[in-house]
Design a protein around this ligand. Structure first.
Ligand SMILES: C[S@@+](CC[C@H](N)C(=O)[O-])C[C@H]1O[C@@H](n2cnc3c(N)ncnc32)[C@H](O)[C@@H]1O
Length: 211
């Protein structure tokens, strides 16, 4: 069973509200730690839901605009949440599917995907990374935010382990290790950069790679 294929309209709304509540503080902390150059202008936020990660980055970087690519079922409630926070002129929604849509060529300075790759298989994540590498401008960055699975028993911590169990029940996939996530980025021809960790979300990292 894949969660997004079976949930009802009201469950879609609760899902987006829940993701918003979890992200209020982490989106602020991430925006304070993810350093972009002042002329960064185009962000693609895959599965960006409520939009808080995009909105906090747009607050910090006045030249930035974001497109949130979301599954059609998510868009109505997700865009209503984002509208409560303003920035509707710079944060827009596009209904679609990151696994099947053409993401274009040399379009974006930053492509961010937070808490989504745990829904996709390794093959899907590699193909997505390759499509993203094509869609990035030269020097652009692919940033994957995720709970990180340990490589050995005892590694990873309780939050990432519980998240892995939960995702394996709801999405036919699960959490990934740093090495697995970096391998998709490297096989797509991207160069690994220093990751970001957050005080507000233990067990989670943003793994960044540059074109
Ligand atoms: C766990 S939520 C994460 C939301 C937000 N990025 C955050 O971190 O709070 C996963 C989101 O990814 C979206 N999603 C799942 N599969 C997708 C796909 N194939 N293309 C685009 N969005 C997708 C879902 O609709 C959902 O809103």
């Amino acid at each position: 069973m894949e969660l997004h294929a079976v949930i009802t309209e009201s469950e879609w709304a609760s899902y987006q509200d829940g993701m918003r509540d979890l992200s209020v503080n982490t989106a602020k902390e991430l925006a304070s730690k993810l350093k972009l150059s002042a002329n960064t202008s185009k962000l693609l936020d895959i599965g960006g839901s409520h939009g808080l990660y995009s909105i906090e980055l747009c607050k910090k970087y006045p030249s930035l605009s974001s497109t949130i690519l979301e599954l059609p079922g998510a868009v109505e409630r997700a865009s209503a949440i984002a509208a409560e926070h303003g920035f509707t002129d710079r944060v827009k929604y596009q209904a679609g599917n990151a696994l099947t849509d053409d993401l274009g060529e040399q379009q974006y300075d930053l492509i961010m995907i937070n808490n989504v790759v745990h829904h996709f298989t390794a093959e899907e994540n590699l193909k997505l990374a390759q499509n993203i590498a094509r869609a990035l401008k030269p020097g652009g960055r692919y940033a994957i935010g995720e709970f990180i699975r340990g490589n050995k028993l005892g590694e990873g911590g309780s939050i990432a382990s519980c998240a892995g169990l939960y995702f394996s029940l709801t999405s036919e996939s699960g959490t990934w290790s740093v090495e697995e996530i970096n391998s998709w980025q490297q096989k797509a021809g991207l160069k690994i950069q220093k990751p970001i960790s957050l005080m507000t979300l233990p067990g989670w990292k943003m793994l960044i790679a540059t074109k």
